[in-house]
Structure formats: structure tokens, C-alpha cells
Design a binder for this molecule. Structure first.
Ligand code: CP
Length: 312
């Protein structure tokens, strides 16, 4: 590759977005961009390497895009997509699972319902751990693809006015994204009902770095923003179903919502969606969530190539 850097990624875990500087994130975005042709025509730069995808929670995009990324770079994949078929069902703990799988693979993508699971796995593992979602805590590779999407769609990240909307308490993607965005010169609106406000530790970490407004009312800010990042209310993470019932369907983006929006607003969503973006929005020029899905594969190709040392 022609991009050469003093930054070191080979052998690193990708556990939390806070572990990365702005310079490092920009470098990952540049390398990811260089993967676009390989996402289309393939490459053998990771020939002989094996990705283990260990998914203890459901996933469509993250697991399949990690696996597709590895295949497109000439490597192979092993793994499981539900804990029920793995030996955790017999009582095996995560540390033993990791110490076993490290004998079979060169890198592990791990999704787990418990916060801290990826960090724990990284402490035990001799091979790099890619956090593919740890409970309601973090989803760093999603944040990297979200930042890549902003860069690609808007040509820049600095200067953007961005609203994160929906479940900011249980939605892990918005936690990682907020940490990542705090490294740029942006204005952030956090739109959620009171009960789903952004986690306090995230606010504490970012409030002195960027301008933040917290509100429940999307209408107040819709005309001012450049990016509307919508999230699903995470039904499965509510301890009390009655609390979920109070906020179910609270935000729904439809053509009426977009009437006062900027013409060049872009709408992102980590997906899956339930009912928070109406299907009628899909055909508008603002809808970019399926382009965002494509960006997931190039960013995960970039990460695999960097962490496995195929590019520097
Ligand atoms: N965005 C995301 O994490 O999607 P999946 O749950 O389908 O992997």
C-alpha cells in the first residue's frame, strides 16, 4: 500500500473508541477508503488468515460484514452466530472460550451482551479482539463506519451539526459515536425522552470538548442540522417492559418531519430499524442508511488489514 504511517495498528485490539486519537481515526478512515476497490474486486492480502466471529447476541450487519470483509481480502472465517450452539451452553466461561479460539484463528470479532466483555476478552487473548458490540456500552467499529460515512457523504466531519435521536441510554452505537465525534469540531444535539438520556459517563467525557444540547424535541432543531442519526429504542435492554411501553414509537421520521429540514440533510441509522423511520423516507435523497451499510464492509476490511499487518 502507498499509505505509510508511524501509527501502529498491527496486533491492536479494537475495544473502545476512546483508545484512539483523532489522527489514528483519520488514518483508519483513509485506509478504509483505499479498500473500496478491493471491496468490489477482491484481494488476497489476508490469504491464510482466519477470522473467528463469536456472536453471543443476534446480528445481521456486523457479523456478515466482518465475515464478508475477511473473505474479500482472501482470508477465511470460522465461528458461531448464537451462544446456544457453542460450549457456553455447557457452562464454559468467556475467558476459556477465548483461550480456546485463539488456537484456531488470527483475530476474533466478539459480540456479547455484557458490558466489559470485549475488554475482558482482550485481557485473556493472545490474538487481537475486535469489539463487535458489548452490551449497551460500545460498538466501536460501527462508530468508525459512521465517521467514514460522514466523511464520504459530507466531505468533512469538522463543522457539522449532528443530532443523535432515540435511545441514547441503551443504544451502544451512539455511545461510541459520541466519543468519536468529540474529537472533531462539531455541534451535537442529543434528542431523547428524559428516561433515555445519553449515559452520564459519556456526557462527562465529551462535554468539555464539543458543544452539546440535550432535548426531547426533534422539531426544535430539525431545520438547523446537517446529519440526523436515528436509533431504534432497544426493547431487549429494558429491565421493565412498562418503561419500554412509555417510549415505544416516540420518534418517527416521515416526509412531514423532513419538510423543514435542510435540502442537504443526510439521515443515518445503524440499523436494524423498527418503526422510527417510515418506509416513505427510503426513496428521498436524504436517506443514506443503506449506503452506510456498504461503508461497513470497507471499514471492516480496513480494520482487518491494519490489525493483521497487511497494511501499515
Ligand atoms: N448496526 C448493527 O450492529 O447491526 P447488527 O445488529 O445487525 O449487527
Amino acid at each position: 500500500m502507498s499509505l505509510v504511517s508511524k501509527l501502529k495498528f498491527k496486533g491492536r485490539d479494537i475495544v473502545a473508541i476512546e483508545d484512539f486519537s483523532r489522527e489514528e481515526i483519520n488514518y483508519i478512515l483513509n485506509i478504509s477508503h483505499s479498500m473500496e476497490p478491493f471491496a468490489a474486486k477482491g484481494s488476497d492480502m489476508l490469504k491464510g488468515k482466519i477470522l473467528a466471529s463469536l456472536f453471543f447476541e443476534p446480528s445481521t450487519r456486523t457479523r456478515l460484514s466482518f465475515e464478508a470483509a475477511m473473505l474479500k481480502l482472501g482470508g477465511s472465517t470460522i465461528g458461531f452466530a448464537e451462544a446456544e450452539i457453542a460450549s457456553v451452553r455447557k457452562g464454559e466461561n468467556l475467558a476459556d472460550t477465548i483461550r480456546t479460539v485463539e488456537n484456531y484463528a488470527d483475530i476474533i470479532a466478539l459480540r456479547h451482551p455484557l458490558e466489559g466483555a470485549a475488554k475482558l476478552a482482550a485481557e485473556f487473548s493472545k490474538i487481537p479482539i475486535l469489539n463487535a458490540g458489548s452490551g449497551a456500552e460500545e460498538h466501536p467499529t460501527q462508530a468508525l463506519m459512521d465517521l467514514y460515512t460522514l466523511q464520504k457523504e459530507k466531505g468533512k466531519i469538522d463543522g457539522l451539526k449532528i443530532a443523535l435521536v432515540g435511545d441514547l441510554r441503551y443504544g451502544r452505537t451512539v455511545h461510541s459515536l459520541a466519543y468519536g465525534l468529540s474529537l472533531y469540531n462539531i455541534e451535537l444535539s442529543l434528542i431523547s425522552p428524559e428516561s433515555l438520556r445519553m449515559r452520564p459517563e459519556v456526557i462527562r467525557a465529551i462535554r468539555n470538548k464539543i458543544s452539546i444540547v440535550e432535548d426531547a424535541n426533534l422539531e426544535k432543531i430539525i431545520s438547523k442540522i446537517d446529519v440526523l442519526y436515528v436509533t431504534r429504542i432497544q426493547k431487549e435492554r429494558f429491565p421493565d417492559p412498562a418503561e419500554y411501553a412509555k417510549v415505544k414509537g416516540i420518534y418517527r421520521i416521515d416526509l412531514k418531519t423532513l419538510k423543514s429540514a435542510k435540502k442537504d440533510l443526510i439521515i443515518l441509522h445503524p440499523l436494524p430499524r423498527v418503526d422510527e423511520i417510515a418506509a416513505e423516507v427510503d426513496s428521498t435523497p436524504q436517506a443514506r442508511y443503506f449506503q452506510q451499510v456498504w461503508n461497513g464492509i470497507v471499514v471492516r476490511m480496513g480494520l482487518l488489514a491494519l490489525v493483521l499487518g497487511a497494511v501499515e
